[in-house]
Design a protein around this ligand. Structure first.
Ligand SMILES: Cc1cc2nc3c(=O)[nH]c(=O)nc-3n(C[C@H](O)[C@H](O)[C@H](O)COP(=O)(O)OP(=O)(O)OC[C@H]3O[C@@H](n4cnc5c(N)ncnc54)[C@H](O)[C@@H]3O)c2cc1C
Length: 388
């Protein structure tokens, strides 16, 4: 392991890998990325649903989506590794007049930024996803260029390209200390030695508050468990007319139940309003009954299926469910890329580039003020409404 580096990145999920890649593209290659697990992308990144959408409520998040989706579309050409990316569309099913009115405003904003998004009737939504029951749905927000992508492929693609450019990736190595000297980052201590560095990037996902604490910084990011279930319908159902033909992602906005086709199976999940913050990732099988109750109303074919497996992962929640990106004023050289709630994977290509630009001393081309850590003390929060 190098004993000195220009930048040390803590965390080998999509955020750490994207930041490493974009630093290397800016010519900053004396970089060490440290991951405590044996493999990259085994944290939240390896446990997520892969959803990718332009449909956000604040301009900065829409800008992140536009850039990220553009990069995912040409990932192999630009990064050099293939990415499984299905742009089969993304549907928000809306069942209250209030949510329709909010989404109409969001759609106007998204369209003003060049996104091709539209409001569909329930019948039009049902036609897009065979088997979808739209009872009670008033309208649906839809973007055909949204879809699902492979989080593991994206992370390892960025990491390999960064490595080829000279970035060192240390796995099975935990950062246990951050040295701060006169309010400046001086180095990190790991389970395999120390590295002198003036810059540390906290890309530790749901563990970001613990990592920030190593430098004496309070970071308001909490882990929150979310479940994903995989159902295997009978082969006859898959071949029939009541099963989604494509990888379209559909979300029932009122309940947060979502699903998409995963091979011949269906991947689905839903938020548990009673979940308390914590690091436990044990699957709560008791919760499945509540999910299935909603699932059967929206995708009745699931009644004929069996649950083949399930897992839980952790959202990294900030107080306003929006990311925390940029430098920490009280500790020079400490940078954050944290608190992405349930939408970090899809924004990692753009956000990693913006953070790399900041570290390189460039002005990012999206205003990152909405994502500054000090917004929680100054009260200038601008929450994202489309959080699943
Ligand atoms: C169930 C679920 C579904 C989701 N669905 C979507 C979705 O559809 N679309 C979407 O965009 N997002 C989704 N997300 C959110 C998305 O997964 C996250 O926002 C994103 O993966 C965060 O990436 P990360 O790199 O910050 O964190 P992680 O992937 O968790 O990476 C952080 C890494 O840091 C390492 N680490 C921590 N502490 C240390 C240390 N001290 N030393 C060394 N290494 C350390 C960890 O081992 C980990 O590998 C979902 C999340 C979950 C849980």
């Amino acid at each position: 392991m190098r004993s000195a580096a220009d930048v040390v990145i803590i965390g080998g999920g999509c955020m750490g890998a994207s930041t490493a890649y974009h630093l290397s593209r800016l010519g900053i290659r004396n970089v060490v990325l440290i991951e405590r697990e044996r493999q990259l992308a085994t944290g939240s990144t390896g446990r997520n649903a892969g959803g990718v959408r332009h449909q956000f409520s604040i301009p900065e998040n829409i800008a992140f989506s536009i850039e990220s989706i553009h990069l995912m579309e040409r990932f192999e050409d630009e990064v050099g590794y293939p990415l499984d990316f299905h742009q089969d569309g993304y549907l928000f099913l809306l069942s209250t007049p209030e949510s329709v009115s909010t989404f109409e405003q969001n759609i106007a904003l998204q369209q003003s930024l060049g996104v091709e998004v539209e409001l569909l009737t329930p019948a039009e939504a049902a036609r897009l996803a065979p088997g979808l029951n739209v009872d009670g749905v008033i309208a649906a927000s839809y973007c055909s260029r949204d879809g699902i992508a492979d989080p593991n492929g994206l992370t390892t693609g960025f990491a390999r390209a960064a490595q080829t450019a000279g970035v060192e990736i240390e796995r099975d190595t935990e950062v246990t200390g951050i040295t701060v000297d006169a309010d400046r980052i001086a180095g990190v201590t790991t389970t395999r030695g120390t590295i002198a560095t003036p810059v540390v990037v906290n890309a530790a996902g749901p563990h970001a508050a613990r990592v920030a604490q190593l430098a004496g910084v309070n970071l308001p990011v909490e882990p929150l468990r979310r479940h994903i279930f995989i159902a295997q319908p009978p082969a006859a159902a898959v071949a029939g007319a009541d099963f989604p033909e494509t990888h379209l992602m559909a979300i029932d906005f009122a309940t947060s139940f979502y699903f998409h086709r995963e091979g011949a199976n269906i991947l689905f999940g839903m938020g548990d309003p009673d979940e308390a913050p914590g690091f436990d990732m044990t699957v709560q099988w008791d919760f499945l009954d509540s999910v299935v109750e909603v699932a059967l109303t929206r995708l009745p074919v699931l009644a004929e299926g069996t649950i083949s497996h399930a897992w839980a992962g952790l959202y990294a929640m900030s107080p306003d469910a929006n990311a925390i990106i940029g430098p920490v004023e009280q500790v020079k050289g400490l940078y954050l890329i944290n608190g992405f709630s349930g939408h970090g994977f899809q924004h990692s290509p753009a956000v990693g580039r913006h953070l790399a630009a900041l570290i390189a001393g460039h002005q990012p081309d999206v205003d990152l003020d909405s994502f500054a850590l000090d917004r929680f003390s100054t009260g200038t929060v601008q929450p994202e409404a489309n959080v699943i």
